[in-house]
Design a protein around this ligand. Structure first.
Ligand SMILES: [Zn+2]
Length: 63
């Protein structure tokens, strides 16, 4: 059974959007690492091959 399969290309691997980013600040000609921030957002998944957005039931997310 292939419940989750890209309807465009058939790929069964999906990637999330980057949920974390690093903040750097300009100080005296240098770029200084300040901190990492996590984006609190609803999870979205996209086909690894063609980036088609996957529609999924959040109850099916495991791990
Ligand atoms: Zn695809």
């Amino acid at each position: 059974m292939s419940k989750y399969k890209c309807k465009e290309c058939g790929c069964e691997e999906f990637i999330s959007k980057p949920m974390q980013y690093d903040i750097f600040e300009h100080r005296e000609g240098k770029l200084v690492f300040i901190k990492s921030e996590t984006i609190e957002d609803t999870l979205e998944l996209f086909c690894r091959e063609c980036t088609e957005k996957l529609l999924f039931d959040s109850n099916d997310i495991v791990g």
